[in-house]
Design a protein. Structure first.
Length: 82
């Protein structure tokens, strides 16, 4: 982002359980004494893999959707046989 305070922010109202999509620049207006501010520094998994078919040399692309177990993943493949 060009302006870091334009980052999205998810706010939870503890009394109602309501979620609101806001922007970080308005965080001061939302905080009250006793509130908890939780920081999240997780990163998005680089889940798009590019490869080449051994038999034909054709391009293949895999999008990792969900880790099922160990090295087993649910994926979307391009091109895919129907």
């Amino acid at each position: 982002l060009e302006k870091r305070d334009a980052s999205k922010l998810l706010m939870v109202n503890r009394q109602t359980g309501e979620f609101q999509d806001r922007h970080f620049h308005s965080i001061i207006e939302m905080l009250e004494p006793g509130d908890a501010l939780v920081m999240n520094d997780t990163r998005v998994l680089p889940a798009r893999l590019h490869g080449q078919k051994e038999e034909t040399g054709g391009h293949v692309e895999l999008l990792l959707l969900k880790n099922i177990a160990g090295d087993e993943w649910e994926v979307l493949a391009k091109p895919a046989k129907r």
